[in-house]
Design a protein around this ligand. Sequence first.
Ligand SMILES: C[S@@+](CC[C@H](N)C(=O)[O-])C[C@H]1O[C@@H](n2cnc3c(N)ncnc32)[C@H](O)[C@@H]1O
Ligand code: SF4
Length: 458
Amino acid sequence: MKTCFDFDIVQKYDRPGPRYTSYPTANLFREDIGAEDLARTLREEPRIGEPLSLYVHAPFCKSLCWYCGCNMKVSHNRKLMDAHFDLILDEIDMVRPLVHPSRKAAQVHLGGGTPNYLRPEQLVTVVERLRERFGFHDDAEISIEIDPRLLSSAHLDAIARAGFNRVSIGVQDFEPAVQKAIHRENSYKMVRRCVNDLRAAGIQSVNMDLIYGLPLQTLNSFNRTLDQVLSLDPERIALFNFAYLPALKPQMKLIKPEDLPTPRQKMELLTTAVDRLEESGMIFIGIDHFAHPKDPLSQAWRDQTLHRNFQGYTTHAGLEMLGFGMSAISMMDGIYVQNHSKITDWEKSVRQGHMPTARGYVLSQDDKLRRGIINRLMCRYTIDIPLIESEVGEDFDTAFPGVTGALTAMQADGLIQKEGAVWRATRPGRFLLRNIAMLFDHHLARPQGRQANFSRTV
Ligand SMILES: C[S@@+](CC[C@H](N)C(=O)[O-])C[C@H]1O[C@@H](n2cnc3c(N)ncnc32)[C@H](O)[C@@H]1O
Ligand code: SF4
């Protein structure tokens, strides 16, 4: 099916907005919530036997990509990086006793920064440490983000030995001119070799990250990139909207604003990519992910059991997540905490034997309810009025004044339609799910919510 848009309508909705990898969003975290609150929650709500998701943040990169919005640091000092790695192991040891011993990991993710800028042996060591301390479920998903420019044969061997079963490759775009404009050069040939090597090492699930909205991208150039990506047959593709925040990330000032595509061009890039990936047989899942029909994510999408967390879309229902390393976020049902984002603060805390949390947020009942509504919208494209009314215990219009009016206006714009008592995002509306979700975000109207540096929704 071809995606058709009325561009004037799309433009009407173009505004800064959260990506809703969490609700409430991280800008609301407060410095008076931290390690003690997390420890208390883990003690009072032990959730015996419930599986966990574990995230480890490896912050270092060899060079700086100008589009990068991640929490990372360029370093060439191996001694310093080795010392930092040892502190990550210390943090794992420090946190483990706080969690009920019955809880094992069903999902493990190594992100960054560039995890394959660690030494190969360190990849094995960190997975082993998590396995020893927490234990893994037999079918645990163990994944890693890799930069194809740094994947040595020793890393490949370590990835296989550590037991990783999913790998995500940062591709972004294959066009040489675009790669120069973002200071990130990984050729098609390099990525093809990397995919072949990973498959030979037994990795059955390969994801590729792409970004649309990068400088010098054109429809023609992006079509070429898509041809090349599809020729490599990845199981999953993440197609991110370029979050351009030069005020927050100084390296983005190195990108010439006049090289960036206009909002209309961005919309064309996105719809072309979605149409082409769907034509190729991939399933469009939520706002930025695609999966092969046989991939478990596609199955979960069909069964309506898909979930979304800080790491994106997942088949694991409501897993609580523990994050290790600089800037990592832990998300329990009732509390979120984030580690120090300044590397020296994080290191100092761990060295002194303290939990390196910097801020957090305790969720109210109202937050949990709205989180559920936003998650269902992101994963199923629906707003189910009877279900919501049964959760809130009152009439929808009383609980959410003004929302029906806003949804009706969106219906007139073709973004959503009402099927019985359920609102469902239309195909164009699926590209603006963030805008629909914003209707349920209680915090956006507050001064703290308004101040946040969100990327634009289009
Ligand atoms: C931590 S990086 C991936 C691993 C590795 N560092 C690499 O670059 O290959 C995670 C992904 O975030 C995405 N990303 C980074 N900065 C972004 C931005 N400003 N807007 C949208 N996506 C971004 C990229 O697609 C990148 O592959
Ligand atoms: S995109 Fe990846 S490799 Fe590039 S700077 Fe960011 S984290 Fe590092």
